[in-house]
Design a protein around this ligand. Structure first.
Ligand SMILES: NC(=O)c1ccc[n+]([C@@H]2O[C@H](COP(=O)([O-])OP(=O)(O)OC[C@H]3O[C@@H](n4cnc5c(N)ncnc54)[C@H](O)[C@@H]3O)[C@@H](O)[C@H]2O)c1
Length: 253
């Protein structure tokens, strides 16, 4: 397990699912965790879960699609914690349910605003701060959809392709200032977002789990958290612009 004592970590979308799992893992490793989400109740619940084992967690409300929110978030975290060592850009909205011709424009706009512009705005503020420090590591949460499209998920898939593009290009830009940027492509992970997608899937739940992993089970938020912490650690100090699949082997087939 990494020792992140005296480190400051920020996780967006940390009020649920994978983001919550990553926030808990950072706190267990000793970091001071900025738990951020648009969902106040979910974010505060994550903080209570961190405090229950004696960890340091603090809630910062933020809608990542709003530039003012994101710059205020990073400024507040740095004011309170003194630095920003790690950031995980995890907040996103889930898959649409229509075939492309029927996707409402407003759905396209919202998915792109949160999943793409949100990551872009977070990267801007985080890189600026980390450049001043001369060090830092950032992980963006993409999806296996960035490699393999699914039925009726055109816009979500496009948004996750964009996350890979942002990750890889930003990794080049930021390497010279001491900032490492990588991504994770989760497969089917047991979270509220996946539950919603399974409810809308025409195939049965078991069939989907079978198709989405080599080992007949869903992934857990902890599986993604371990990868995120490794990518932030010095053990990954020669890893730049990489996307790590945490997918139960889904992309192998
Ligand atoms: N669960 C999966 O199977 C799966 C697979 C591949 C990728 N992912 C990705 O993992 C990440 C986390 O997904 P999850 O399954 O935990 O989803 P989730 O819905 O459980 O959690 C997402 C969190 O993001 C927050 N959020 C939404 N819009 C926001 C905004 N504008 N500003 C700030 N926070 C906002 C939500 O309130 C929620 O707490 C996402 O990037 C998702 O695309 C998930």
């Amino acid at each position: 397990m990494q020792d992140f004592s005296n480190k400051s970590a920020l996780v967006t979308g940390a009020g649920s699912g994978i983001g919550r799992g990553i926030a808990l893992a950072f706190a267990r490793a000793g970091a001071r965790v900025a738990v951020s989400d648009i969902d106040v109740a979910g974010g505060e619940q994550t903080v209570r879960m961190i405090q229950a084992f004696g960890g340091a967690g603090h809630f910062y409300p933020c809608d990542v699609s709003r530039a003012g929110d994101v710059s205020a978030l990073v400024a507040a975290v740095v004011k309170d914690a003194g630095s920003l060592d790690f950031a995980v850009n995890n907040a996103a909205v889930g898959v649409e349910t229509d075939a492309l011709p029927d996707v409402p424009e407003a759905v396209f706009d919202r998915i792109m605003a949160v999943n793409v512009k949100g990551v872009f705005l977070c990267l801007q503020q985080q890189i600026k701060q980390m450049a001043q420090q001369g060090r830092g590591a950032i992980v963006n949460i993409a999806s296996v959809n960035a490699y393999r499209p699914q039925n009726r998920q055109s816009v979500y898939t496009a948004s996750k392709h964009a996350v890979l593009g942002l990750t890889r290009n930003a990794a080049i830009d930021a390497a010279s200032i001491g900032v490492r940027i990588n991504a994770i492509a989760p497969g089917a992970i047991d979270t509220p977002m996946l539950e919603a997608a399974l409810r809308n899937a025409p195939a049965g739940r078991d069939q989907i789990i079978d198709k989405m992993s080599l080992i007949g089970r869903l992934g857990l938020p902890e599986d993604v958290a371990k990868a995120a912490l490794w990518l932030c650690s010095d053990d990954a100090s020669f890893t730049y612009g990489h996307t790590l699949a945490v997918d139960g082997g889904y992309l192998v087939r």
